[in-house]
Design a protein around this ligand. Structure first.
Ligand SMILES: [Zn+2]
Length: 380
């Protein structure tokens, strides 16, 4: 008998968790192999032996048995490991390591097993949310989240000016330079050259002779849209510059770019459409209100893989006319899975409706057009 899907899922979960843990170990302490990585490797070995035993010919490749072999394998598609091919939800080209870093897929896959890593990475964002909920600082919450998205890198003087507004002054403790969203660039990243990503504006990293975004999906868009390099930070001025921490960039800036651009696209559809970002201190991402008083709740998800279980964690909103889960069109890892899951009826997803950004814009546009016609609609 071959390995069960649960076996393979668990093995991959151990490997992903192990790699995420490995990634967080200081480089000089990396001789300690995380327990979950060891477990993942031995399970992978056992599973493959089981596959080989059930087949008469040794057709599949051997599994990695040493750490260097594992790292080499982890940079190739997960599905190159034969037992993983049965897992339909894994995108064909997903890998555990990308450009020398733990992939988004590995991070999300590891997270779905336990919430602990997620909580640590987003602790400050969660604290901000709790604080603003408690004090009903809805506008302060929104402004703080927007700042992280629009200015992941800025100068000390610029930040000071931003904090001097009636919304942000209420949450200024979250911007302390030793424990807040922003830290001095020189403390976060060593180096002498500071290049910025032309899409998200964050400090890039050097990979194989090129400066690339720290977030692979962002770098993919930079490449696809052929975005021109932007002005970096001069090395001699570095002490004046601040940047959000890598965790805030990953969990605040990057998803926020989609949220803000969707808001802007919707608002630009026409007068009378009102879009509120993070309503009721982040109950969901966007509240859309149409002139005909129709209301939508939208959550934007830039996931590396989609499953029904993940979707069911999105809250269906009862006080609006429709709750949408919206995926960026450019996330080609997602598309096959979305198409597949879309075949589930909304009842199966407890009322959630799945859409690509382009589809939601089209649908919103139709409603706007109808609303524009009606006031002048004089029936003969
Ligand atoms: Zn970027």
């Amino acid at each position: 008998m071959g390995p069960s899907i649960t076996d393979v899922t668990t093995t991959l979960r151990y490997l992903a968790t192990g790699l995420v843990e490995w990634d967080s170990i200081e480089p000089d302490k990396r001789f300690q192999i995380p327990q979950s990585l060891r477990l993942g490797m031995s399970r992978m070995y056992a599973t493959s032996r089981c596959v080989h035993a059930s087949q008469t010919a040794l057709t599949s490749k051997l599994v990695p048995t040493t750490l260097p072999e594992l790292f080499e394998w982890a940079a190739s598609p997960i599905k190159s490991w034969e037992p993983a091919q049965a897992l339909l939800i894994i995108p064909e080209n997903a890998t555990l390591i990308e450009d020398g870093l733990v992939s988004d897929f590995a991070r999300e896959w590891a997270l779905s097993g336990s919430d602990s890593i997620h909580q640590i990475q987003e602790a400050l964002l969660a604290d901000l949310k709790n604080f603003c909920e408690r004090h009903q600082f809805e506008d302060s919450y929104r402004k703080a989240r927007e700042l992280i998205v629009t200015h992941p890198v800025l100068t000390v003087a610029q930040l000071r000016k931003k904090l001097d507004t009636k919304e942000l002054v209420k949450v200024r403790d979250f911007f302390k330079l030793d424990e807040g969203f922003y830290r001095p660039v020189a403390d976060l990243f060593g180096g002498i050259e500071y290049h910025l990503c032309p899409r998200c504006g964050y400090i890039q990293r050097l990979w194989e002779g090129n400066y690339v975004c720290r977030k692979r999906s962002c770098q993919t868009i930079v490449r696809q849209e052929k975005l021109k390099p932007i002005k970096g930070i001069p090395g001699e001025k570095i002490n004046e510059w601040l940047a959000v921490t890598p965790g805030v960039h990953r969990y605040g800036t990057i998803p926020g770019i989609w949220e803000l651009s969707l808001r802007d696209e919707l608002v630009n559809l026409g007068v009378g459409i009102k879009v509120t970002l993070y309503p009721q201190v982040d109950r969901y991402d966007l509240l859309v209100e149409f002139p005909n008083s129709q209301k939508w709740a939208i959550d934007v998800k830039d996931w590396s893989y989609v499953t029904k279980e993940r979707l069911l964690k999105v809250r269906y909103q009862t006080d609006v006319d429709a709750t949408f889960v919206v995926f960026p069109d450019s996330n080609d890892l997602n598309i096959p899975a979305i198409r597949q899951i879309k075949e589930f009826k909304p009842q199966a997803l407890k009322g959630l409706q799945l859409k690509l950004v382009s589809e939601i814009i089209k649908q919103a546009n139709k409603i706007i057009k109808k609303c524009e016609i009606q006031p002048h609609g004089t029936n003969p």
